[in-house]
Write a protein that binds this ligand. Structure first.
Ligand code: M6R
Length: 606
């Protein structure tokens, strides 16, 4: 998604802005640009494609100055092109913007009538002209306040102005925006990652707030124009781990890191001496919770679906799951006895944030499970459980998924013992098993070569299916999502038992199908469903777990066995071959694994 960087300094800033934009590449983007203010003029440099292209242009023309803004764009209005890239500048104002201006069409009409000429197809350009228009008759603060009233939608905005050369303006509604502090210079960024090479001291703007960033100080204002004081936060240093190491792609590194990240998370949450889970100080009485609603998007939603099985099995709490973009627009029955859990790696996903905001406005109990602890979702939840897996750069979520599963599982265990739904003995036994995960995940990673072989058939397939029952059903959905987003192969995740109610018609000779059937309570049923697929020509790759008894199945194409563990924990292991399958299928096809087409790491627009 789009990213913003702004700097107010006494030294030239373009090179620093370009380096910071590189830090934002992980978000996914299609064009980039920078604008600087120098000698009373605004100078723009923009290009389609990578930040390297921008850097090459800059190295040739050396457009530089001490005050500037930069942007990486992920197209929403108008095609990816140099013209539509941000900043959008008039003679006197230059603007970068994340988010969507929902009333841009109507504003554009008014502004054209007032004599403004538009160059791009973007919604952002209305901001440039709107401010220019207000500045004709108002001071800067009044112009920003008037602009805030006119704009509908969600946005984070950075502005530089020809007639106010000593200031960078930041404005926020709905999309995150941070201010950073440096020695005799200050910064604006769409998140703390953007600023990490410059500072770890940041302030986050809240909705409808704006700021004037000067070289030596920053002024913050509320929506009614009152000057306000804001807290300065020191962001954690773990976010500095952006090295790909010896791996070709971040995704490969992140898949192989999972034994370590899971171990780190276990260390944070498990008191090994007392065999207890350190999830304490809930702001509510656990015994009053009658229902849990788990909300997320994409992979995070799949971790919610998996947790539903755990919570239902190990506690007496009722559980529902919801996709954030659906939840936020439905007529919800908010119940006092309900705990709302929001799962998000980035903590900035617009739909998940909006769902949280809705719950907050209805005075609900909110808990978030996030990777980025400084994120908007973490900051605005009543209770936060971090997944401690370090920065995830690859757009396809891997280690964060296992981290989310782990925290959800530990939370389930804690709830179950605190509410006396499981005995102390069973609780301790389960803690013992979960501590085995790092070793078992590491051993399961040794299936890599077999998976690499199988990936060839998936890479060249017209379509494929991923089937599972029980805990393995959400894992099937996750496996299919990974293959779609990385290898662009149509893949459908389905409950194995539902096949004969329609999708079985899709199976044709040679179609690759993944069946996830570890030896759990669903095993025999899933194997029967698998047989039905094989009988119709499906080429089945079976993901099971190591066992002494042979699988009684004829004409199975391939079988990959993960390690053996108690049933609850099987999703942690069956996920691994599916991550590798998608990785290798995309690799065979030569696709950009860390930045798949059309996608972004942090989905900050609806
Ligand atoms: O940052 P979040 O966990 O809120 O992101 C949610 C989804 O956008 C994300 O999981 C997406 O589905 C991944 N690209 C899947 O690999």
């Amino acid at each position: 998604m789009c990213g913003i960087v702004g700097i107010n300094s006494s030294k030239p800033v373009t090179g620093v802005i370009i380096n910071s934009l590189k830090k934002l590449e992980y978000r996914g983007y299609d064009s980039a640009g920078v604008a600087v203010l120098n000698d009373g003029l605004i100078n723009e440099t923009k290009c389609e494609g990578r930040v390297e292209n921008l850097e090459n242009i800059f190295l040739k023309n050396k457009n530089d100055g001490p005050v500037g803004i930069g942007h990486v764009r992920w197209a929403t209005h108008g095609i990816p092109s140099q013209l539509n890239a941000h900043p959008h500048s008039s003679e006197s104002v230059s603007v970068v913007h994340n988010g969507i201006i929902e009333n841009s069409t109507i504003l554009k009409k008014h502004l054209i009538r007032a004599g403004h000429q538009f160059k791009s197809q973007t919604d952002t350009e209305v901001i440039t002209h709107l401010i220019s228009e207000y500045l004709k008759k108002n001071d800067l603060k009044t112009s920003i306040l008037k602009m805030l009233k006119r704009l509908h939608g969600s946005f984070a905005i950075g502005i530089i102005l020809k007639n106010f050369p000593d200031v960078v303006v930041g404005v926020r509604r709905g999309s995150p925006l941070a201010v950073g502090y440096g020695p005799n210079e200050n910064y604006l960024g769409s998140d703390s990652y953007a600023l990490k090479t410059m500072t770890n001291k940041v302030t986050y703007l809240d909705d409808d707030e704006f700021c004037f960033i000067y070289k030596d100080h920053v002024e913050f204002y509320s929506a009614d124009g009152e000057k306000i004081n804001k807290e300065i936060i020191e962001v954690s240093s773990e976010q500095s781990d952006y090295d790909k190491g010896n791996f070709k792609h971040y995704m490969a590194k992140e898949i192989h890191e999972q034994p370590v990240t899971i171990k780190a998370c276990l260390k944070e949450y498990i008191d090994q001496i007392n065999q207890n889970i350190n999830i304490i100080n809930f702001p509510w009485d656990i015994n009053e919770i009658e229902n849990i609603k788990l909300i997320g998007c994409g992979t995070a939603y799949h971790s919610c679906l998996t947790a539903k099985y755990w919570i239902e099995q190990l506690t007496n709490i009722e559980v529902e799951t919801d996709i954030a973009s659906e939840f936020r627009y439905r007529k919800n029955r908010f119940k006092k006895s309900q705990l709302y859990i929001f799962v998000s790696q980035s903590g900035e996903t617009a739909d998940t944030y909006a769902a949280l905001d809705l719950c907050k406005k209805n005075n609900m109990k909110t808990c978030s499970i996030v990777n980025v602890i400084e994120s908007s979702i973490a900051r605005d939840s009543d209770y936060v459980l971090p997944i401690h897996c370090g920065p995830e750069v690859g757009v396809a979520s891997t280690k964060a998924f296992l981290g989310q599963l782990l925290v959800l599982y530990l939370l389930t265990l804690k709830l179950s013992v605190e509410r006396k739904d499981v005995s102390q003995a069973k609780y301790k036994e389960k803690i013992k098993s979960v501590l085995m995960l790092p070793k078992l995940i590491k051993e399961t990673l040794s299936t890599e070569n077999e998976i690499q072989e199988a990936a060839k058939d998936f890479a060249h397939a017209k379509g494929s299916m991923f089937l599972g029952r029980g805990y393995s059903f959400p894992i099937a959905l996750e496996g299919a999502l990974k293959l779609k987003e990385l290898a662009y192969v149509h893949a459908e995740g389905y409950p194995a038992g539902e096949m004969k109610h329609g999708p079985l018609a899709l199976i044709e000779q040679g179609m690759p199908v993944v069946v996830i059937a570890p030896r759990d309570e669903f095993y025999k049923k899933t194997v029967s469903n698998m047989q039905e697929v094989i009988s119709r020509g499906g080429k089945v790759l079976l993901i099971s777990n190591k066992s002494t008894d042979e699988i009684s199945s004829e004409n199975l194409w391939k079988k990959i066995d993960v390690e053996t563990v108690n049933d609850d924990l099987l999703p942690f292991l069956t996920t691994i071959p599916l991550q590798l399958l998608a990785y290798y299928a995309a690799h065979i096809l030569g696709y950009d694994i860390d930045k798949p087409r059309n996608l972004a790491k942090s989905v900050t627009v609806e």
